[in-house]
Structures are given as structure tokens and as C-alpha cells.
Design a protein around this ligand. Structure first.
Ligand SMILES: [Zn+2]
Ligand SMILES: [Zn+2]
Length: 167
């Protein structure tokens, strides 16, 4: 989504606010997070002496799958990021913020970029998630009791030895 910022860059508009919503439900931002609800973005632009200051606020809710127990959970992402656009950025081939020489800013691309940086590599439902039981595959917090039933293989050897002694 391209927004023309010529008036801001040229100082005709000193302040500009934009509130936008984006559909990221079909975008491949993260393999563990799905954004089925619209992602809200707010942009505050302020023209300084030459440069333009941009504050981006993003608010999004994702359905994530826990890296440890595979359970689905909802996570809210709410963050801001500041950018400074100097006139020379507009002519750079690969600027850190998606602006181009025709004074347009690709807001959706910017939100996509910042949101993907914000999502951690391993999403966990809670910091103390214990993951899955290695015996039955159910979440450990369900207290399946498998671990108590398992005999340590070393003990098994010992038990065998004791049995042999009996004979
Ligand atoms: Zn978990
Ligand atoms: Zn189990």
C-alpha cells in the first residue's frame, strides 16, 4: 500500500497522522503465527529541518503454535518503532524503510517488515511451558504420569542382576 508523502517531505504538511489496517491473514510472516484479524498500524509523521521523523505503532493479534507443546494460543503484538527519513534515503537502492524516489512509502511493506522482526523465533505459550511427554505425547502439564511409570534403564539392569542372583 503506497502513501505519497511529497507534501510532508517538502514541508507543506508539518504533521501527518495515518491510521491504517492491513490484512495479513494470507501473508507468510511466520510459520508459527497466523494473523487472522486485521493488523492495525498508526503512523505519525513530523517534518524537521530536512529530515522527516516517523513513528510507527503496530497492534496485532496472532494465533501462534507453541514451539514446546504445540498448543495454539493467542498473542498480542503491540510495539512502536521510530524512523528518520533523510532526503538521501529516497535515492538509495535498498533503503531500510520502503520509500522510493517518487516520495511514496509502502506502509504495508513497512508493517510487514517490522512485524516479522518482532515475532520471536520460538514462540512459547508460557515461559514455563514444560512441553510434551516423551512417552505419550500429551502436554506434561496434564500430569499423565508416564514418567513415574518408567523404570530407568540402569535400574532395569540392576533388577535383572538381582533376579539372576536369586536363581
Ligand atoms: Zn506450550
Ligand atoms: Zn505421558
Amino acid at each position: 500500500m503506497l502513501v505519497n508523502l511529497s507534501k510532508v517531505f517538502q514541508g507543506e504538511e508539518k504533521d501527518k497522522q495515518l491510521a491504517l489496517e492491513f490484512d495479513f491473514s494470507n501473508e507468510d510472516i511466520s510459520c508459527d503465527a497466523t494473523f487472522s484479524q486485521p493488523v492495525k498500524a498508526e503512523l505519525n509523521l513530523r517534518k524537521g529541518n530536512g529530515e522527516t521523523f516517523i513513528k510507527l505503532n503496530v497492534k496485532a493479534t496472532a494465533v501462534c503454535s507453541c514451539a514446546r507443546c504445540l498448543k495454539l494460543f493467542s498473542r498480542e503484538f503491540n510495539f512502536s518503532q521510530d524512523f528518520v527519513i533523510t532526503p538521501d534515503i529516497l535515492t538509495q537502492p535498498d533503503p531500510e524503510i520502503p520509500v522510493s524516489s517518487d516520495n511514496t512509502l509502502d506502509v504495508k511493506q513497512l508493517v510487514y517488515q517490522e512485524l516479522s522482526l518482532e515475532i520471536p523465533n520460538a514462540l512459547v505459550c508460557s515461559e514455563d511451558c514444560q512441553g510434551l511427554c516423551q512417552y505419550c505425547g500429551r502436554p506434561k502439564e496434564e500430569n499423565c504420569g508416564c514418567e513415574d511409570k518408567q523404570i530407568d534403564p540402569r535400574l532395569l539392569v540392576l533388577k535383572q542382576l538381582l533376579q539372576d542372583d536369586d536363581n
